[in-house]
Design a protein around this ligand. Structure first.
Ligand code: UDP
Ligand code: MG
Length: 262
């Protein structure tokens, strides 16, 4: 049987000191995996440092390295989508560039896929880097999202995951600008053929987090708006209420000044 192709999509924004080490660790971990070839797709999300140049150096010595270059910074979600659109694999693995998604788990993900799982998720058991405040905010966000929306989104499930081609093609059918990948995924998720790997996220290999409070809040707001009809219903009710109030007030003033109008 011919080898299957695995696409590894890595979104990188100013990760110049991480891409080389990630490539090295991926290569090391993938050499012994039987039955698959792989391609590594680095999506440069409009970096202003040497991320792109360093990816090009890797590509020069290894043709399995592919590069998708975005002209400006679009954000992680769009970058992942761009990588997914480019991926040719029978399965696509998404991971961060900073090694917080350890390449050591990739062989296990592939094995679970080879055993028949169509989606392999990961669950972060403990993240050494995140603060207590961030964890609390994330808890509140997932609580609000899951109360408001019909689609249940798993907490502590990072974007480190494998998706079979079948679902990749399905996801490619969506083209919302502000998409929340994990929300879309839980929406289309099959009930069986899903495996989950627990892992402990190490600290970033190099550099600092690209998410600040404002960026995270924007993502959270977009997700809630995207996956819940409640804000839309609320807007409709407020609009109707305003219109009814204006009508009543108009009628009232008309009634009040009916003599002067004649
Ligand atoms: N990232 C990206 N575009 C952005 C912000 C982040 O492609 O605008 C990438 C980043 O380079 C990393 C991944 O998304 O590979 C996760 O970002 P980060 O590590 O900063 O997030 P954290 O782990 O702190 O939540
Ligand atoms: Mg990170």
């Amino acid at each position: 049987m011919p080898n299957k192709l695995i696409s590894i999509v890595v979104s990188a924004y100013n990760e110049q000191d991480n891409v080389g080490e990630l490539y090295r660790q991926l290569q090391k971990n993938l050499t012994d995996v039987a039955g698959v070839n792989y391609e590594i797709i680095f999506v440069d999300d409009g970096s202003s440092d040497n991320t792109l140049a360093n990816c090009k150096k890797l590509q020069k010595k290894d043709k399995r390295v592919k590069i998708v270059q975005l002209q400006r910074n679009f954000g992680h979600e769009i970058a992942m989508t761009a990588g997914m659109d480019y991926a040719k694999g029978n399965a696509v693995i998404f991971m961060d560039a900073d090694l917080q998604h350890p390449p050591a788990y990739v062989p296990q993900m592939i094995k679970l896929w080879q055993e028949g799982n169509e989606i392999v998720l990961t669950k972060r058991v403990d993240n050494k880097e995140t603060s207590k405040l961030y964890k609390w905010c994330a808890k509140i966000f997932y609580y609000v999202l899951n109360v408001l929306s019909d689609t249940k989104v798993m907490e502590s499930a990072p974007d480190f995951r494998l998706i079979d081609r079948k679902y990749v093609d399905f996801l490619k059918g969506f083209n919302e600008q502000d998409r929340l990948f994990r929300g879309l995924l839980s929406w289309i998720m099959p009930h069986d053929k899903v495996a989950i790997i627990d892992f402990t996220a190490p600290e970033r290999f190099s550099g600092t987090s690209k998410y600040n409070f404002v960026k995270s809040l924007k993502l959270a707001m977009n997700s809630i708006l995207q996956f819940s009809v409640l804000p839309l219903r609320l807007a409709t009710v407020i609009g109707l209420f305003g219109a009814a109030l204006a009508l009543l007030m108009g009628a009232y003033f008309f009634f009040l000044h009916r003599d002067t109008l004649q």
